[in-house]
Design a protein around this ligand. Structure first.
Ligand code: ZN
Length: 234
């Protein structure tokens, strides 16, 4: 295990792109992993290679550190999840505020596969964009869930993984600010132009915050965060 290397859960969205830049600033070797589980917004998977290329072009240090990309097919996850994330139904929330885009255990499953790959690749740090602050109501994005997974993975794989979640305690406006701290306006432009967030998979008109339907919960979070960040700047 090499503590100067990391595996980033990289979907091609705003959060995981910010996490990838964060990891490229810190670690000498950074690999990425993505999952295809039949998500409606599969277009995000097409953006992954584009975003990786753009990040490498921004900074020679990042280019030298960026290692292999790994795509895993998880059709079983799509097959067992009857949700608005994988089916063409309206996105809404239940009485507890849990949106029907919730794929039960999705992030837990991702972490298990990421750790299995990190084990084989000798990568000690696993970086994910889970966030408890502005979170969409997904219980497996909570800090306790991630910490519990770290314990379980280390016991179950007899390892010393460190699960890192740089976005855990910041909101979407602060995520935009973090990207600008890491890569300035050029990284901000990559995030606006090339990352994908919209749950419906729309990539139509370009808004100041990026492309998307503007109405689904993911678009609203992203757009509201952008507006808040913009208005906070001098
Ligand atoms: Zn949308």
């Amino acid at each position: 295990m090499n503590n100067t290397s990391a595996l980033v859960l990289f979907s091609g969205g705003q959060d995981s792109t910010t996490c990838l830049a964060w990891a490229l600033e810190r670690y000498g070797r950074v690999e990425t992993i993505g999952f295809d589980y039949g998500q409606r917004h599969r277009v995000e998977l097409d953006q992954r290679a584009i975003v990786r290329e753009r990040l490498a072009a921004l900074n020679t240090t990042w280019r030298d550190r960026l290692g292999a990309d790994h795509m895993l097919d998880l059709p079983a996850l799509g097959a067992i999840s009857d949700t608005a994330m994988t089916r063409d139904i309206a996105i809404e929330s239940d009485a507890k505020g849990l949106p029907n885009t919730f794929v039960p255990g999705r992030n837990l499953i991702f972490l298990v596969f990421a750790a299995a790959l990190a084990f084989r690749r000798g990568l000690a740090r696993i970086v994910g964009g889970m966030c408890e602050t502005d979170f969409s109501g997904y219980p497996d994005c909570r800090d306790d869930a991630v910490k519990a997974m770290q314990v379980a993975l280390n016991i179950g794989m007899d390892s010393r993984f460190v699960l890192e979640t740089p976005l855990m305690w910041i909101d979407k406006a602060a995520t935009w600010a973090l990207a600008h701290d890491l890569g300035g306006a050029p990284l901000g432009d990559v995030i606006v132009n090339d990352t994908h967030t919209c749950y419906l998979g729309e990539r139509g008109a370009l808004h100041d915050w990026g492309r998307g339907c503007g109405q689904c919960p993911a678009c609203r979070l992203r757009a509201d965060g952008y507006a808040k960040w913009k208005s906070s700047r001098p």
